[in-house]
Design a binder for this molecule. Structure first.
Ligand SMILES: Cc1cc2nc3c(=O)[nH]c(=O)nc-3n(C[C@H](O)[C@H](O)[C@H](O)COP(=O)(O)O)c2cc1C
Length: 195
């Protein structure tokens, strides 16, 4: 009997058509092992600006779609560029929506991994740190490894795919996501047994 694949919602923090962050997640989705299903989220640009007046149940359609995708995923993988030493506003906006209601929102208790991806020599590490801070404040279970992919524009091959070493580094993050998800499931089981 085959097991269900580990389902990952992959969110690129850039809207740009030639985004290195999106291309990396696409490459990882193409090359992921069979027991991992990576689905790209392409809806950042369609989310309304966060407005507490719109934060109702149900909320705006695009927000409910993001929430449903997160709830259906076993883990979330974010690849973010650095904008002015932080994360792009569109990504922060999505994380703010997914953080509500605080404590029971789509990010609460959810395993999340972050990679910073940049053409610079620094690998968007400040953006990744910022994303991790926002995620932790939202109650997500953030994986420990901090991954910064430097000079990302030089890592694309003629086939427009990222190189094997970079893909392998991201797949390590996915493995960690799986471990965090398994630990969370074991915790929930233990709590249920005590109840
Ligand atoms: C508004 C803006 C601010 C940026 N700020 C930084 C920065 O602080 N540090 C950095 O390394 N790169 C910075 N960059 C460069 C981006 O990281 C780079 O364009 C990256 O490729 C964008 O990601 P993408 O290829 O996925 O769209 C900035 C780009 C823009 C548009």
């Amino acid at each position: 009997m085959s097991r269900d694949p580990f389902r990952v919602l992959a969110i690129p923090g850039s809207l740009r058509s030639g985004s290195l962050n999106r291309r990396l997640l696409e490459t990882v989705a193409e090359l992921a092992p069979q027991d991992v299903e990576i689905v790209l989220y392409d809806g950042l640009g369609g989310l309304p600006h966060f407005d507490a007046d719109l934060d109702t149940r149900p909320g705006p359609e695009a927000v409910e779609d993001l929430r449903a995708r997160m709830f259906a995923a076993d883990g979330v993988l974010i690849a973010t560029p650095e904008y002015n030493s932080s994360i792009p506003g569109v990504l922060k906006n999505a994380l703010d929506w997914a953080s509500r209601p605080l404590g029971t929102g789509a990010l609460a208790g959810r395993p999340v991994a972050v990679a910073g991806v940049s053409p610079s020599a620094f690998g968007a590490v400040w953006a990744a740190a910022e994303a991790r801070k926002v995620l932790a404040a939202s109650g997500a279970r953030v994986v420990e490894t901090e991954l910064g992919i430097k000079k990302a524009d030089t890592l694309l091959g003629d086939d427009d795919r990222f190189d094997e070493v970079t893909v392998a580094a991201v797949l390590v993050l996915v493995d960690e996501l799986r471990e965090v998800a398994a630990a969370a499931a074991a915790e929930a089981e233990a709590e249920a047994a005590l109840a």
